[in-house]
Design a protein around this ligand. Structure first.
Ligand code: GFB
Length: 307
């Protein structure tokens, strides 16, 4: 990838896409292209064809997707399946048709079986049943991974995919209905502190464990891999460490400086009990995360609520 290569970041306004843009700009890449969803509807095949004919990108990061936390995945099941399949099919196929030199597709750690042995190796994909709450999203993302793999096998396209763990960072979604746990808890604890509330409601039992990666670390990994990795395995990207939701709630409460009580809403789903990624493959390729969880949460909290 040269400094003036034409690079399309699909989903550049989202948390992942914007982190990739920041990384590329910091590294001196000057020919970045992007479109908002109003300018280009990636679900519409003809619009995507027209865009590729006009722009002819050389490199592509596919970070555009319909994403959300456990409730959003469970409630908008049809939308998660349809929109993600359409976006991926359109972008990956047109990348093949228009000879994109390299494409990196962002999948997710939730595509592994619900009860996969821990830590989860890349080879555990498609070895068991999926978690019900995010099955539609997982099915779509698995299809994207298989698109990359098979466009490589049949047509020799240099398309790779990555499996990031749960992410957080700048430009995250703080809407309490659709957010992931980390931004949701930051908001809940912060508002409870400001409003002097005695309790904060946290979903589920607190027992599930999750691994969290700062999105700037993910962008760093994607930048490294698009230049160096040509294999057919969808690579795990994470820290290799996880904590329970109870521990996360306590940590966030402490960072925010909230002194009230945590109340568990057990009517809300727990989701997958644990999804700790085995990161030995990516460590072997020369990448490791840099931002530790506490430091990352503090940075995000300051940026979102204290600046
Ligand atoms: O982050 P999250 O929504 O998604 O929830 P998943 C993680 C855990 O945090 C679940 C609990 O056990 C939730 O019940 N939790 C506690 C909360 N309080 C809250 C809260 O206020 N908001 C939220 N959202 N959760 C998603 C998948 O799974 O992970 C997606 O549904 C995607 O498809 C993403 O893959 C990375 O980690 O369970």
């Amino acid at each position: 990838m040269k400094k003036d290569s034409k690079i399309y970041i699909a989903g550049h306004t989202g948390m992942v896409g914007s982190a990739i843009v920041r990384k590329l700009e910091r590294e001196g890449y000057s020919n970045l292209i992007s479109r908002t969803s109003k300018e280009l509807d990636l679900i519409n095949q003809q619009s995507v064809i027209n865009f590729f004919e006009e722009e002819k990108p050389e490199y592509l990061f596919l970070a555009a997707a319909k994403v959300g936390g456990i409730e959003a995945n469970n409630k908008y099941r049809a939308d998660f399946l349809y929109q993600n399949l359409m976006i991926q099919n359109n972008v990956i196929h047109q990348s093949y048709v228009h000879g994109v030199k390299k494409l990196l597709f962002l999948a997710s750690s939730c595509i592994y079986p619900k009860l996969a042995p821990q830590p989860i190796k890349e080879t555990y994909l498609l070895t068991g049943e999926l978690e019900f709450t995010n099955e539609p999203y997982s099915i779509a993302k698995i299809a994207g991974v298989k698109m990359c793999e098979n466009y490589k096998r049949q047509y020799g396209c240099d398309f790779i995919s990555v499996m990031p763990t749960n992410l957080y960072g700048p430009n995250d979604n703080y809407d309490l209905e659709t957010a992931h746990v980390l931004p949701a808890l930051l908001r809940k604890f912060h508002e409870a502190k400001i409003e002097n509330n005695k309790t904060v409601e946290v979903w589920g039992s607190g027992k599930p464990k999750r691994e969290f990666l700062h999105v700037d670390d993910l962008a760093d990994a994607c930048f490294h891999l698009i230049q160096t990795y040509h294999g057919n395995t969808c690579l795990n990207i994470g820290t290799g460490k996880d904590i329970s939701i109870k521990e996360l709630a306590e940590l966030i409460s402490e960072i925010v400086g909230y002194n009230g009580e945590i109340v568990w809403d057990k009517a809300k789903p727990d989701g997958t009990p644990r999804k700790l990624l085995d990161v030995s493959l990516i460590h072997g390729l020369g990448w490791k995360h840099r931002i530790e969880l506490e430091e990352g949460i503090l940075e995000v909290y300051k940026e979102k609520y204290l600046s």
